[in-house]
Design a protein around this ligand. Structure first.
Ligand SMILES: [Zn+2]
Length: 327
């Protein structure tokens, strides 16, 4: 019997900087601790070690103009370009062997005016929801081109926040058209929907016209590692409790087990800041513990799968991947 795909969605990574820094006014957590603007490359190295050790697959965002300040090709203010390049080399040589790479649009902050290359006075989510396929396509194409110029080869895109949710059919069409324009690729995927409270969910085809197809890949869990940012508890007990939410130590309970029972695919959601845990790395340890438990209890049941592989499965057998009725 075919194993059920399991996949990990990682939102918000960018070379050396923490996109989340720009998302919180005042750059402080609820408990008053400062949110760092930067993530050392040693954290990226540790992350690569863990995904390689457990052969974890999924999708990994690379924000091309993180914080809306500079870009990964010509420089980010205050960051040594050598370190940006070192991070990108790890993304290329290590992460992309397991994860599908994607942009999370241009800045994951304010939207960019493509003509003047200046920031608009609204964030990308707000901007996107007032657009059409004609204006979204060049925006997405710009993001794809920047990753291509950095030596990365995306197969899909991630929506910063709920980018495009109010104009989703235009958005899906734009993703398909941008991929064809930049890479002559006819198939692509995007991540927009967080369906951590629904059962039996799998990806589905969101756009299909003139030989171009785009698959919507949803998350089917909440980000269970997010809360590690908001505590100074780094004990093994705490890490175990975090992992329990996805899969218990005995492999009998947790969201992953519930999803498998419901006939859906476990498509786990997390964020770079959730793994970094404000410098403590507690979330990354919880991911490691989760992967260890999956390997121990579910190696006959599930198979780590990238977003590009999920896209191909969906396109090869569309009848098995209906769009959820509630959408
Ligand atoms: Zn994001």
């Amino acid at each position: 019997m075919m194993k059920t795909p399991i996949s990990l969605i990682i939102d918000d990574p960018a070379p050396r900087v923490l996109a989340y820094y720009a998302h919180i006014p005042g750059h402080t957590l609820k408990d008053g601790r400062a949110i760092p603007r930067e993530v050392p490359n040693s954290f990226m190295e540790k992350f690569c070690d863990i995904i390689e050790r457990y052969s974890i697959r999924g999708k990994f965002s690379v924000i091309p103009m993180p914080l809306g300040e500079g870009n990964i090709l010509t420089g980010i203010p205050g960051i040594d370009q050598k370190e940006v390049d070192e991070w990108l080399t790890m993304a290329k040589d290590r992460v992309s062997k397991l994860f599908s790479i994607c942009p999370e649009m241009l800045t994951h902050a304010e939207a960019v005016d493509l003509k003047t290359n200046t920031l608009l006075p609204m964030n990308e989510e707000e901007w996107s929801n007032a657009q059409t396929a004609d204006t979204l396509t060049p925006y997405i194409a710009r993001a794809l081109t920047m990753l291509k110029d950095a030596g990365l080869f995306p197969s899909g895109v991630t929506s910063p926040w709920s980018f495009g949710c109010k104009v989703e059919s235009a958005y899906a069409e734009s993703v398909a058209k941008a991929f064809f324009e930049v890479f002559k690729q006819k198939n692509s995927w995007y991540f927009l929907h967080c369906l951590g409270d629904k059962d039996g969910i799998k990806p589905w085809i969101a756009y299909e016209k003139d030989g171009l197809r785009t698959v919507s890949i949803p998350a089917t869990t909440d980000d269970m590692f997010w809360q590690t940012m908001n505590t100074t508890d780094t004990s093994d007990e705490y890490v175990s409790i975090i992992a329990d939410q996805l899969i218990s130590m005995d492999g009998k309970t947790g969201r992953i087990i519930d999803i498998l029972k419901s006939g859906g695919y476990p498509i786990l959601l997390t964020h770079w800041q959730s793994l970094f845990s404000n410098g403590a790395g507690t979330g990354l340890r919880a991911l490691c513990e989760t992967a260890k438990r999956i390997e121990m209890h579910l190696s006959d049941t599930v198979q780590w799968t990238s977003s590009e592989e999920l896209m191909r499965m969906t396109l090869d057998h569309p009848a098995d991947y209906p769009k959820p009725a509630f959408l």
